[in-house]
Write a protein that binds this ligand. Sequence first.
Ligand code: URP
Ligand code: ZN
Ligand code: ZN
Length: 460
Amino acid sequence: MSILIQNGTLICPEGPVRADLRVEGDKIVEIGPDLPAGDSRVLDAAGKLVFPGFIDTHTHFEMNKGTPRETVDGWASGTLAALAGGTTTVLDFAEPERGASLASALDVWHSRADGIASCHYGFHMTIKDWNPAIQRELADMDRAGVTSYKVYFAYDNMRVSDGTALEVVRAVGDRGGVVGCHCENGDLVTAGIAAQKAAGNLGPAAHPLSRPAVVEAEAVNRWLTIGELAGCPVNIVHLSTGRGLELVRAARERGQAAYVETCPQYLLLDDGKYRLPGFESAKFVLSPPLRSPEDQAALWAGLEAGEIDTIGTDHCSFHFHGVKELGREDFSQIPNGIPGVEHRPVLLYTAGVAAGRITVCRMMMLLSEQPAKLFGMYPRKGALTVGSDADIVIFDPGVRGRITAADQCQAVDYTPYEGFETRGRVEAVLLSGEVAVEGGQVVKTGRGRFVRRGPSQFWR
Ligand code: URP
Ligand code: ZN
Ligand code: ZN
């Protein structure tokens, strides 16, 4: 099957280019002006922007499976929502049980996603335990196409010591992979929660007070120190503070390779949400928490300056009714996380491009090219070039809309962006050369494939 995308504006790293693009099978085969239609199916993209499919670097589908704190969006609804919003590849976090092998987690994640996913997917591997057997498994993970990892400095059931983190960064870095870190100081969070409870602060407003910006900054500094000692690049996931970004800037000035992911929630929502009446603020309980407007401004400045490399959603969706409500009497029992996998591209287009803060090329680099490079998929993914996979988004910048839970594909019972006025809309999506979204509606499901990734293609 051959498809010709005609009259569109292709978003390329060097700038927007008016050209036609032909897809044959699952690849891009031809790009140029005025390509003949021949017997290709024609998609008219006049007045539209054509992007390489967007990559979400950070999702948690079916997290805590089988427990009362299981996330709502599984591989079916989560990847369908991603696709509807223009995300053609997600990177989800596989999590071994304590004491279990990496291979066991990989098997579980494959069993959940394979044949179910509606967009393509890869897995980051979470490291909770570190021993010679796990270290030996890194070679198996390479062969299986898993080349990125995450460690946690927070959460008592997840966090690793600094010594372990150093060994992981070295071992993964030596193989050309990359490790991301959840940068919050776990001990200080535990102390912060205890202090809030002792003071009788049991509502969701206590959540950000228990883990203030300095708790992230300390952990970012420690993570950068570990990267420097290891002599390997490190990634900071879901960065939420200006202080954290300042530390990254200083490390880069010293010549260190450090990569930064932030999320739409830290760019668009702020800690005013913790002053909402009643239990409403529980919808915004995630870690790190939402920050001040000053932090938000610092992150936008970082985006504009090219200091932030990727934007993932950290999509981790819990129903408000019945699940977030597990923490009605005690904020520390509210499951941490918010949804967003469906809305990231339109949010970034609206608040970034249409608002004049970033160029459309920067948006493409943040959502497509740089994730593909950092996570070893470029130029198969993340580029509109001949030979690349035909994962393509046709985006209509002229459409205005409004985000509302009633209209979303995400299965969760709320959206933190309720009522947001949007600019632009994902009109069509090609997934491996097949039209999977048409007229803004998903028309093909279950076509997602596992993406075997290679070593990181570092550019810093
Ligand atoms: O609150 C969050 N972010 N939950 C998901 C797990 C994580 O820390 O990324
Ligand atoms: Zn995290
Ligand atoms: Zn996460």
